[in-house]
Design a protein around this ligand. Sequence first.
Ligand code: MG
Ligand code: MG
Length: 266
Amino acid sequence: MIFLKTEDEIELLRQSNLLVGKTLAEVAKLIKPGVTTGELDKVAEEFIRDNGAVPTFKGFPNQYGDPFPCSLCTSVNEQVVHGIPGKDVVLKDGDIISIDCGVYMNGFCGDSAYTFCVGEVKEDVLNLLKVTKEALYLGIQNAIQGKRLGDIGYAIQQHCKSHSYGILREFVGHGIGKDMHEDPQVPNYGKRGTGMLLKKGLCIAIEPMITQGDRRIVMERDGWTVRTRDRKFAAHFEHTVAVNTGKADILSSFEFIEAVLGDKSV
Ligand code: MG
Ligand code: MG
């Protein structure tokens, strides 16, 4: 079932998504070698609750019905998505970490992710991050009334393919609103001019999950963490957007994050 959002609902979605951007910026201030992902999660949860919202990931069930234990998904290096923060997971120089954050506030969800560098990262890894972020924005350029869902995936796929990167098939973007995951699914691959017609008011999370090597993945024994099979690095950037006429309306924001990162922005 597709729910098109009214302008008022889109404003509420924007508020939730701006809080996600601000939360990720609070976390960005702390990312450096030696910090644990458990510490990042603690700061994020406090910030979300202090702002009158609830972390949506905490308690979210996986396919076995086990609740996710934390407020952030922190996926380091070969981990692609859904990594679990922990006091034993210490970041080190040269790592990359994808941080995905979701909040629920005033009845609407926010969902956005950014991949950060820890200290000095190798040039080829930095390129993976740049291309993944570019692919996200190329996808967003197609989130306009009159285009089709396949146009978004096609744009992301073409860009990543031109760099010989892998694109996850098992995990995709999604509709978003009162629920974190609504219809439709938003794949990061597709054929031009195919799939659902995009209409103004459709709100979706676009989130390319891109690998440096093979696109095949495995699930870790914790039942959550998804990592690349070949253990090559992966990147993940996500924005929540509202389909509009002429230009997509990006409801989440990397501005707060990049104000913290300065010239270390991807
Ligand atoms: Mg997310
Ligand atoms: Mg999402």
